[in-house]
Design a protein around this ligand. Sequence first.
Ligand SMILES: Nc1ncnc2c1ncn2[C@@H]1O[C@H](COP(=O)(O)OP(=O)(O)OP(=O)(O)O)[C@@H](O)[C@H]1O
Ligand SMILES: [Mg+2]
Length: 247
Amino acid sequence: MLEIRGLTIRTDGRDLVRDLSLCLPGSGITALIGASGCGKTSVLKWLAGILPPGMQSDGQLLLDGAGIAPPDPALCYQPQSDALFPWLTITENATLGLEIAGAVKREARAKILPLFAPFGLAGCEGLFPSQLSGGMRQRAAFLRTVVQDSRFVLLDEPFSALDAVTRIRMQDWLLARLAERPRGVLLVTHDLHEATGIADRILVMAGGPGRIIADIPVTTPQIHRNEAALAELRETLKSLLLKESPQ
Ligand SMILES: Nc1ncnc2c1ncn2[C@@H]1O[C@H](COP(=O)(O)OP(=O)(O)OP(=O)(O)O)[C@@H](O)[C@H]1O
Ligand SMILES: [Mg+2]
């Protein structure tokens, strides 16, 4: 269990996130939705230990009840921008996280190379990020993140640049991988179909900096795989977002 307690993030005298507390279970997908600018990425950056200089933060992070300080190897992070290193090939980019975590190059390559085909990246192994499309770069960044062995995975709009079919393929791949090996995933998305389709729980951030106004389970028997109930949930989410978003 990962727990954030009393997180405030501030810059230039303005709170970007104010007194946020939330728990992330060690398995399943928690979706985080909310209007642009409400603070989702700021929370993920704090969890990943990469808040930009000039931002101050206050708050605690606990792993199974014990305090930890980001960055921590229990968490890996896919940023909203792909953040691939332009001077490294896609293979080198994708193995980097594993190598930093201690894997030797050969082991790291053996782990990632079989994923190029299912990720639609076959033939791109030796290419540089500038030679790929935006959606391909996003899949390379997703690959680099999900091959890491951390217990928690933070995904900031990981499929936003993908076409509908590729997006479904990647979502299915993620669900299958999590069924094989449970991990806690925090998934930021603007896509309500994605949130209701693959998440076990949906957090709605709205109505103030980093404020969670709803925490909705999606796996209750009434709603799980019930398309009419999921459509109704999407309407509820939409009205929560509309009601709370500043004009
Ligand atoms: N480097 C920065 N310096 C100052 N303010 C920033 C910086 N980065 C983000 N902000 C501000 O922090 C607030 C929250 O931004 P954040 O990126 O967390 O939003 P978000 O919910 O992820 O939005 P989106 O859905 O558009 O990605 C915004 O008001 C933004 O202007
Ligand atoms: Mg963001």
